[in-house]
Design a protein around this ligand. Structure first.
Ligand code: 5CA
Length: 439
């Protein structure tokens, strides 16, 4: 992509409405624009990041055995009357009437709808287990939308729903999602700590939130110091392995949200307890028959007797993650994208646009990289080098390739790693090999 043609409205000044760094940087880097309170348009750069996050989330859901479908954003009120949540949900639910005066709503979550879909097609224990998920926009009329995409009113969520014949099956489904979540967040370059949590409006009694420690986080959390240096992924099994041991290990190291933490009843000594703030990027729930019973999701068991299916639900805040990753990875100059979610892999800077030799070499490097399948943002604008450096650092592309008059003469380009600031002069071929070779 040539930057001269790209829709990338970066801002030089810090927008006054943004209180936390990720919100500031997302606005400044031209990733998002607010269109209403807690509602954002994702501009091309932001949309690229969102798609990359989605892809990793999807790959890990698929690897765990969950199957993707797509449910609508608009739901009939009727279903929520059956579960009893239509009145309970209160003002957070956006209620709508169609032209026939039928009551509808913009879904804040999908337990009712998926249970209805499931029950209409699955009638036997042989249809189990199933785990169905989608990645779809949600609306919650939050009292205090804030921090940009972190607490929006409209936001993108991955929500999965598991169906099992009995509690043991449901526990395995829960553990699979638990593992899929740890794998997902690790691939996103994040250290997410699973914490015992309240199940709130979703219900049930087994629940974990996945929390990224960050000063700007909205959740108060407590955890064992051990978590700070632990790479739990080093011990992670495969999806088909026995998950009990790993689950026991990962949930055995104390971590709880402030709603669950009780100082008087804390299992670890005070000197090992860390009190911190965190961002909730995922939340999983086991709630048994809370929805299957009222909605009639019943299958015939092996003995022919009807059994209400055991369910869990599993959410990841896909749009929130874009902000969370920035909170975890930035510096004074801007965003530092992990390679796995970067909107472009390489930012190519022509230090002297208009100079025939620089233009030629930069265009050739651009062509070489694109042919090798690398996603490149080529800054071909007639701007000063300082402006180009600042913009490329701001948007946080992991590698920068600098083409300038001096290097062009001696046949080299400069390669800069955004995260460390390290620079090296390399021949064009070596630079290309490095950028297209194995990571
Ligand atoms: N049905 C369950 C699981 S599928 C559910 O809705 N869980 S949730 O309420 O915890 O939401 C799942 C995830 O969505 C949260 O962990 C959080 O990362 C994200 N999320 C929730 N509310 C918002 C919001 N207002 N803005 C951005 N992300 C949000």
């Amino acid at each position: 992509m040539r930057l001269s043609a790209y829709f990338l409205p970066t801002l030089k000044e810090n927008p006054s409405e943004a209180q936390i760094v990720s919100h500031r940087l997302m606005l400044r880097a031209g990733m998002i624009r607010q269109t209403g309170a807690g509602i954002y348009a994702w501009l091309p750069l932001g949309q690229r990041v969102l798609k990359r996050i989605e892809r990793i989330v999807r790959e890990e859901q698929d690897a765990s055995g969950a199957q993707e479908l797509l449910m609508p954003t608009i739901q009939p009120a009727e279903l929520w009357r059956e579960s009893g949540r239509y009145d309970d949900y209160g003002k957070e639910m956006l209620r709508i009437r169609d032209r026939h005066d039928r009551e509808m709503l913009y879904g804040p979550t999908n337990e009712e709808m998926i249970t209805d879909i499931f029950k209409n097609s699955c009638k036997s224990y042989r249809d189990l287990p199933k785990n169905l998920y989608h990645i779809q926009w949600k609306f919650r009329d939050e009292i205090r939308p804030r921090f940009g995409v972190m607490r929006g009113r409209e936001f993108l969520m991955k929500d999965a729903y598991s169906f099992d014949l009995d509690a043991a099956g449901a526990r395995r489904a829960y553990q699979k999602m638990f593992l899929a979540y740890l794998r997902t967040f690790a691939r996103l370059g994040l250290k997410a700590i699973p914490m015992r949590a309240e199940s709130g409006a979703i219900g049930g009694n087994l629940s974990h939130e996945f929390i990224i420690l960050a000063e700007t986080g909205e959740s108060g959390v407590f955890c064992d110091r051990t978590w700070l240096d632990l790479d739990v992924m080093a011990e992670a099994p495969g999806f088909d392995d026995d998950l009990e041991r790993f689950f026991a290990r990962a949930t055995g190291i104390y971590a709880a949200t402030d709603e669950k933490h009780d100082a008087a009843d804390c299992p670890i000594p005070a000197d090992r307890l860390v009190s911190a703030r965190g961002i909730e990027v995922g939340h999983i729930f086991y709630f048994g028959t809370k929805y299957s019973k009222p909605l009639g999701a019943v299958v015939a068991g092996p003995d022919g007797e009807p059994v209400a299916v055991e369910m869990g639900s599993y959410g990841i805040g896909v749009s929130r993650l874009a902000g969370a990753i920035i909170e975890a990875s930035h510096d004074e100059a801007g965003i530092i994208w992990p390679d796995s979610v970067a909107p472009f892999q390489v930012g190519l800077i022509n230090l002297k646009s208009g100079d025939a030799a620089c233009d030629r070499v930069a265009a050739e490097v651009y062509g070489d990289l694109r042919r090798a399948g690398v996603e490149v943002l080529y800054d071909d604008r007639a701007e000063r080098p300082g402006v180009k450096f600042a913009d490329m650092d701001l948007i946080g592309v992991p590698w920068q390739v600098l083409v300038g008059p001096r290097g062009v003469k001696s046949g080299v380009v400069e390669l800069k790693r955004r995260a460390t600031g390290e620079r090296a002069e390399l021949s064009r071929d070596s630079a290309l090999a490095k950028l297209t070779g194995p990571a």
